[in-house]
Design a protein around this ligand. Structure first.
Ligand code: SF4
Ligand code: SF4
Length: 484
């Protein structure tokens, strides 16, 4: 007989419990779901030249809007910075309060919790659900199941539908969606997300945390004896025994009356008395359950508690229990917080000091210059002028650092009007691509390395924002064919 490598899934029918951690879970669920479903519907007035959706990922125009902040493609470092902050934030939370992300805020946890409440609504609490599960299929069970799955499907569809609203104007997309005129990708995205939410939240549930998600493995590697975890204080609870047994043999039994309530309320079906397990998402519901039992039996709370292994060892040796928050005061937490806060401060500084005028310059490489009949030398450049304000603006494009006689013209201006500065108008929230030609009169050429100079773009409004880009004016060298 070999060892079975596959453990068949078992349905977890968790019991309803009330207590501080359950109420905290309710609050986080309400906040996260409200944010997710409602955010795309918040309007934000940005004037006539920009969308009025507060949070919008405008893929078509390559913009990301978040209230007053508008991120352009060349500012992707803001998004990268936010993603890095999110990653470090997870490390910070894990170091400070263990797997709190998994227990309260992870989407898989939140939606699983939601679906478990739907189960409770249709099928009753733990025992009734277990009985119904085992009952043979008949009209009553089929009707209940179909009704419940219909609600699963409605939630899943709503979830998928909310996601696409982040990528287009929500009222317009909703109308297009229901009139069959939305982009096919919108229907495909909703179909995929409806299917995955229905399956992962309705049926896979804790299996996702235990078998599919990599994050528990990474977190496990980050936890040590100073990390806060949900733990059963075995030196206090063992030997387990019912109240009846304890009454018959005073002093022979610990505080655990083996009522199994901690197991019954666990959303992932874990028995925390068996020690740390990857299935424990540290939601604290077993603490609520056990604290209730301890209260009812007149024993001190905290047989199951948030504590570090170090604290547990000290308590086992007779030291008094320390408040859990003291586990937060450790160098690792401060280091993660410092890095996280430094990146956040850097992003805020960059946001606060960025201008809404931006210029990029690309010199022509082939040919790098043109030698004119009269001995003048001409270079060509492709310029991108960005007006990141939600209104059209006049901008001045100027040459800096070239010798007297240098002139510039663009594909919007004729050679006759060449000058050292040019005025260009750029539409609101737009990038204008210009071809610019710069010419030096005969005899002003420098050495063989080319002539460094600067294009400067300055807005002509009251803000006088400007951006400058250094580039090079290429010239004939002693070996250039044009020179011969
Ligand atoms: S709820 Fe508390 S008393 Fe009951 S079995 Fe769990 S640890 Fe023991
Ligand atoms: S063992 Fe306790 S903390 Fe862990 S998942 Fe179950 S109920 Fe939540």
């Amino acid at each position: 007989m070999g060892t079975a490598l596959y453990e068949a899934g078992r349905t977890v029918h968790n019991k309803r419990i009330d207590g501080p951690f359950r109420r905290f879970k309710w609050a986080i669920m309400a906040i996260t779901l409200t944010i997710y479903y409602a955010t795309p519907w918040i309007r934000w007035d940005r004037g006539p030249y920009a969308p009025d959706q507060a949070v919008l990922v405008d893929l078509a125009n390559r913009r990301f809007y978040m209230f007053d902040i508008e991120i352009w493609p060349h500012e992707f470092y803001f998004v990268a910075g936010l993603l890095i902050m999110a990653g470090i934030g997870l490390f910070l939370v894990t170091s400070a309060v263990g797997r709190a992300w998994c227990g309260y805020a992870c989407p898989q946890t939140v939606w699983t919790d939601l679906f478990q409440h739907v189960d409770r609504f249709f099928d009753g609490d733990r025992n009734a659900r277990a009985r119904l599960d085992k009952a043979p299929w008949g009209a009553a069970k089929t009707t209940r199941r179909l009704a419940k799955w219909a609600v699963y499907l409605a939630i899943a569809f709503w979830t998928g539908g909310a996601w696409i609203m982040y990528f287009a104007d929500a009222p317009t997309l909703t109308r297009d969606f229901w009139t069959g005129t939305a982009d096919p990708i919108a229907y495909a995205t909703v179909a995929v997300l409806t299917g995955t939410t229905f399956w992962l939240g309705g049926f896979m549930r804790e299996q996702v945390c235990i078998y599919m998600c990599p994050w528990p493995r990474i977190q496990t590697a980050m936890l040590d004896e100073k990390s806060l975890i949900v733990t059963y204080k075995d030196w206090r609870g063992e030997q387990r025994g019912s109240l009846k047994k304890a009454a018959k043999n005073p002093g022979a039994y610990g505080d655990c009356i083996d009522c199994q309530l901690c197991v019954a309320v666990c959303p992932t079906g874990v028995d925390i008395r068996e020690g740390q397990q990857i299935g424990c998402i540290t939601c604290g519901l077993c603490i609520d359950a056990c604290d209730r039992v301890m209260k009812e039996t007149g024993r001190p709370r905290g047989l199951i508690d948030y504590a570090t292994l170090e604290q547990c060892d000290a308590e086992r040796a007779g030291a008094p229990a320390r408040p859990a928050w003291k586990a937060l005061l450790r160098p690792r937490v401060f280091v993660y917080f410092g890095v996280w806060a430094a990146i956040g401060a850097g992003l805020l500084f960059a946001l606060g000091t960025r201008t809404h005028t931006d210029l990029t310059v690309a010199p022509d490489r082939n040919p790098p210059f043109m030698l004119m009949k009269d001995g003048s030398v001409r270079n060509a450049y492709t310029l991108r002028l960005r007006n990141m304000e939600a209104r059209p603006r006049e901008m001045v494009l100027a040459l800096e650092g070239l010798p007297a006689g240098a002139v510039m013209w663009t594909d919007a201006v004729s050679l006759e009007n060449a000058a050292k500065t040019q005025t260009v108008s750029v539409d609101a929230n737009a990038t204008k691509v210009l071809r610019a030609y710069v010419m030096l009169p005969p005899g002003t050429a420098g050495d063989d390395d080319g002539l460094p100079f600067t294009f400067r773009l300055t807005s002509r409004d009251e803000q006088r924002e400007s951006d400058a880009q250094q580039t090079t004016f290429a010239q004939p060298t002693s070996t250039s064919p044009e020179d011969n």
